[in-house]
Design a protein around this ligand. Structure first.
Ligand code: HEM
Length: 439
């Protein structure tokens, strides 16, 4: 693996000796890993499925069965899941202080019993099947209007022109952000994966912190507005659930703001990356793309295979609360654990011929891209609907699009969120199948 400018911690276990090849070489920020982590995952599963990475200071877990165990086992806490890997520099701290940001815990980094009670309430108030169904026409309308924006042009960057904005706009619509505020709120939706799961430079970290601070201020205003004037949106519904007798002590106003903050981050980059990964995989496997264009009933299976084959979340974190084991490997209390969900999704024990991209694979939905167990992604039904609509509309209107030749794909250097920064495609607009789409 090549070296990068990343500056991983040295920490507990660094003296552990001898260190295997895979453990010594593991560098999730290296260029070749970012390009193709799956080659490393295959080696890890075969050579040392659970190993300690001295440079990262984490135990790394690669097999499907072991990753599932960590997600399920109460001996592993979610407390560190979204703690920035790189300590904040003073300039970044200043930005957060300026915004009076008091980021408390939120669902994703809480443990039972509080997590169980809050999750029940949030799930019911915010992400019920009825609410998701209600937002579906909005997703279709947004998708249509973004495709309208480039369909006659003959070329597009499917990240910048398409996949980056729509998931954020859907999240805003669900949270009841008024149309006139969307432009402002959008500005703060930066690429936060680098902030939380990477080693940004101090200037990058400061800029990302400044965006977070601004969004915090906006979220606070929005929550205040909904406390005074509730409507029919996620935040208003959560407020109504909180105000029901018996629920008042479950959280406070600050928790509502943190929830609004994390809701955008949880639903945005994850879905953007999943869409971009999926379109890349489909266009690189032309037979699969052609099959999908010919038969839209294959869309749900394609979504699952995309999530399996090229997960947008390739790793997640946990911390051991007591001395325990993963498989037969002893893990000390307070050990930090990086579970490679991307590797679990290519485990040959579960998925025959795992490197084959097959949208008709029957058990693709056994992937762990949304986690597993008590923290299983609450937005999974929404993400599936968004991705499905994107595929339906793109295959219908641009079945003849091709990946632009000669492009190199770049990926944000972080452990967990994976998707190309750009995805350039081209087509002959005079051949657009929908007559109104022709120039
Ligand atoms: C393809 C898109 C997505 C992927 C790959 C994804 C992945 C994940 C993962 C890996 C977790 C952590 C699971 C764990 O700790 O065990 C998670 C949690 C969560 N996700 Fe997603 N997510 C996606 C989209 C969304 C969307 C669209 C929303 C909401 C709008 C959302 C909301 C949440 C919430 C609220 C949690 C915390 C659940 C809890 O801790 O109880 N996600 N997601």
């Amino acid at each position: 693996m090549t070296e990068t400018s990343a500056e991983p911690h040295r920490s507990q276990g660094a003296g552990k000796c001898p260190v295997s090849h895979i453990a010594a070489e593991f560098n999730p920020f290296a260029d070749d890993y970012l390009q193709d982590p799956y080659a490393v995952f295959t080696r890890a599963r075969a050579e040392e499925p659970v190993f300690f990475s001295p440079s990262l200071g984490y135990w790394v877990v690669s097999r499907h069965e072991d990753v599932r165990q960590v997600f399920q086992d109460p001996a592993f806490s979610a407390s560190i899941s979204i703690t920035p890997l790189k300590e904040l520099c003073p300039a970044a701290v200043d930005e957060l202080v300026k915004a009076e940001m008091v980021m408390g815990p939120s669902l994703v980094n809480e443990d039972p019993p509080l997590h169980t009670k809050r999750r029940r309430l949030i799930q019911k108030a915010m992400i019920s099947p009825a609410r998701i169904e209600a937002v579906t026409p909005r997703i279709r309308a947004l998708t249509t209007s973004y495709i309208d924006g480039f369909v006659r042009r003959g070329h597009a960057d499917l990240v910048a022109d398409f996949a980056w904005e729509i998931p954020a706009l859907v999240a805003f619509a669900l949270m009841g952000v008024p149309d006139e505020d969307v432009e402002r709120a959008k500005e703060f939706a930066g690429r936060l994966a680098l902030f939380t799961w990477g080693y940004p430079s101090e200037e990058e970290q400061r800029k990302l912190a400044a965006g977070m601070g601004q969004y915090w201020i906006y979220a606070k205003e929005h929550v205040k507005r909904r406390l005074e004037d509730p409507t029919d949106d996620y935040i208003s519904n959560l407020i109504a659930a909180w105000r029901k007798p018996g629920n008042e002590d479950l959280f406070d106003e600050n928790y509502l703001v943190t929830t609004m903050m994390n809701f955008l981050f949880a639903g945005h980059e994850t879905t953007t990356n999943a869409t971009a990964n999926g379109l890349r995989a489909l266009l690189e496997h032309r037979d699969q793309w052609a099959a999908l264009c010919a038969d839209p009933s294959l869309v749900p299976g394609a979504v699952e295979e995309i999530l399996r084959f090229s997960s947008s979340v390739v790793a997640w974190r946990r911390e051991a609360t007591e001395d325990t084991h993963i498989g037969d490997v002893p893990i000390p209390a307070q050990a930090k654990v990086l579970v490679l969900t991307g590797s679990a999704n290519h485990d040959e024990e579960v998925f025959p011929e795992p490197e084959r991209f097959d949208i008709t694979r029957t058990n693709a939905d056994e992937h762990l891209a949304f986690g597993f167990g008590r923290h299983l992604c609450l937005g999974a039904p929404l993400a599936r609907i968004e991705m499905g609509i994107f595929l339906e509309e793109l295959t219908r209107r641009l079945p003849h699009m091709q990946l632009a030749e000669g492009q190199t794909f770049t990926y944000s250097p972080n452990t967990s969120f994976r998707g190309p920064d750009h995805l350039f495609v081209g087509w002959d607009p005079s051949q657009n199948p929908v007559p109104e789409d022709r120039p």
